[in-house]
Ligand binder design. Structure first.
Ligand code: HSE
Length: 400
C-alpha cells in the first residue's frame, strides 16, 4: 500500500480523489501496489463528501507522517504551494503537481531537490492539461534536437478566438459568453493577456533545452486587441487567428514568444478549436509531432496528475529523467526576430508602399483603411516603419 496526500480539494484535487478511487484496480495493476489517499488538505470543510474521513487542515500532519510517500499539490499559486512542496521534497517525499506558476518559477530548483533525495518532482498536468507532453519531451523525444515548439496552450483564449472566427462576434461579447459558461475566469487577465500561456511555453522550452527559460523574459502579447474586423481580413486570407506560444531555433539563437498569429489551413494547429490545446514539436530527426487534447478541466487535468503519481510510485527511489538545469538560457532579443506582418492602416496604397516597399494587399471589404502583408522583416524594423507610416489600426504576425 502506497500512501499519498492531496493538497487542495478544488476542481483538480477532487478530480484526483475521484480517479484514484474510481480506477483503483487499474491503478493497482499499473503501479504494482494499491494507492491509498491518507490525507486531503484544505482550509474548508466538506460535510458529506467522501474526502471528509481523510480531511485535515494542518499541513504539518502530512509533512511529519513518514508513511506519506507522494504529495499531490493541486492548490495552485506560489504561496503556500512553494513552501509546502519544497518541505515535502526535503522530507524525502515525491511531489506531483498541476501548478504551472510553481513549475515555471521554481521547476529547476524543485527537480534538483527531489533528485538529491532520489525522489521525483513531476508536473505532467502543468502544461496542456490532460495531453501527455512533459513526459514525451523528457523521456521519448530524446534522440532529437528540438528545433521548435509551437503551442495553443490556453483553452480559454482558444475558445474565444474560435467563436470570434466562426460567428463573427466581437471580443468583449465572446469573453462574456466564455465567462457565463465557466470557461473564462471572472478576472480573465491571466488567460487573455497571455500570462498563462507564457508560463507554459517557458516550461516546455526549458525542458527542450535543458536550461531555464525565464518566462518573464519571453515577449508576451494577449488577444484582447483582436477584433471582429481582424477576423474578416483573416477570412479573406483563408487563415485563422490563434494565440501561439513559440520557442524556435533561428540560426544559432533561440527565440520565444506568446502572441496572436495568422495560421494557414495547412498548419498542423489550424483545426485545433474551442477549449482544446495543441502542441507541435519539430525535431531535427523525427520531424513534426503533434499533440492535441483537453488542455484544462477537472478530469483531464487530474488524469495527468494521477499518471505522475503512477510514475512516481514506479520510480519510488529512482529519479526519472528530467534534465532541467537552473542555469538560464539566453534568449534572442525578440526585436531581432523576423517574420511577415499583416497590417491594417488608414493610409493610401502609395503611402504604404513608400514605407514598406512592395506588399500583398488583402481586401476584406472594410472602408476607410487598407490591409496588407509585408515582406519578412524584423520586429524592430517593423516598429520603425509602422511609426513612420502612422495611422496603423492593428498588426498581426503571420505564421510561416
Ligand atoms: N486557464 C487555463 C486555460 C487553464 O484556459 O487553458 C488550464 O491551465
Amino acid at each position: 500500500m502506497i500512501k499519498v496526500a492531496i493538497l487542495g480539494y478544488g476542481t483538480v484535487g477532487s478530480g484526483v480523489f475521484e480517479i484514484i478511487n474510481e480506477n483503483k484496480e487499474l491503478l493497482t495493476a499499473n503501479t504494482g501496489d494499491e494507492i491509498q489517499i491518507k490525507y486531503v488538505l484544505d482550509l474548508r470543510d466538506f460535510p458529506g463528501d467522501p474526502c471528509e474521513k481523510v480531511l485535515v487542515h494542518d499541513y504539518n500532519i502530512i509533512l511529519n507522517d513518514p508513511e506519506v510517500e507522494v504529495v499531490i499539490e493541486v492548490m495552485g499559486g506560489l504561496k503556500p504551494a512553494y513552501d509546502f512542496v519544497k518541505s515535502a521534497l526535503d522530507a524525502g517525499k515525491s511531489v506531483c503537481t498541476s501548478n504551472k506558476e510553481l513549475v515555471a518559477k521554481y521547476g529547476a530548483e524543485l527537480v534538483r531537490i527531489a533528485h538529491s533525495h532520489n525522489r521525483n518532482f513531476l508536473f505532467e498536468a502543468a502544461v496542456g492539461g490532460g495531453i501527455p507532453i512533459i513526459r514525451p519531451i523528457n523521456m521519448h523525444i530524446t534522440a532529437d534536437k528540438i528545433c521548435e515548439i509551437t503551442g495553443i496552450l490556453n483553452g480559454t483564449t482558444n475558445y474565444i478566438l474560435t467563436k470570434m472566427d466562426k460567428e463573427g462576434a466581437d471580443f468583449e461579447s465572446t469573453l462574456k459568453t466564455a465567462q457565463d459558461l465557466g470557461y473564462a475566469e471572472r478576472n480573465p487577465e491571466a488567460d487573455i493577456e497571455g500570462y498563462d500561456a507564457v508560463r507554459k511555453i517557458a516550461i516546455l522550452a526549458s525542458l527542450a533545452k535543458g536550461k531555464t527559460v525565464d518566462f518573464e523574459e519571453v515577449y508576451t502579447e494577449g488577444i484582447s486587441k483582436i477584433t471582429a474586423e481582424d477576423f474578416k481580413y483573416a477570412k479573406a486570407m483563408g487563415r485563422s487567428i490563434k494565440l501561439l506560444g513559440k520557442c524556435k531555433n533561428e540560426d544559432d539563437v533561440v527565440v520565444a514568444s506568446v502572441a496572436p498569429r495568422l495560421l494557414a489551413p495547412d498548419h498542423p494547429l489550424y483545426n485545433v478549436n474551442d477549449v482544446v490545446n495543441g502542441i507541435l514539436i519539430r525535431g531535427n530527426m523525427v520531424g513534426d509531432l503533434v499533440f492535441i487534447g483537453s488542455g484544462a478541466g477537472k478530469l483531464p487535468t487530474a488524469s495527468a496528475v494521477v499518471s505522475d503519481v503512477v510514475d512516481s510510485i514506479r520510480h519510488l527511489n529512482v529519479p526519472t529523467t528530467i534534465i532541467w538545469d537552473e542555469e538560464k538560457l539566453e534568449l534572442e532579443d525578440f526585436s531581432k526576430s523576423r517574420k511577415k506582418f499583416f497590417v491594417r492602416a488608414k493610409v493610401s496604397k502609395e503611402e504604404a508602399e513608400s514605407v514598406f516597399g512592395s506588399v500583398e494587399y488583402i481586401d476584406a471589404g472594410i472602408d476607410g483603411e487598407i490591409g496588407f502583408i509585408t515582406d519578412k522583416i524584423s520586429e524592430e524594423d517593423f516598429e520603425e516603419k509602422a511609426d513612420r507610416l502612422g495611422k496603423v489600426v492593428s498588426r498581426i504576425r503571420v505564421e510561416a
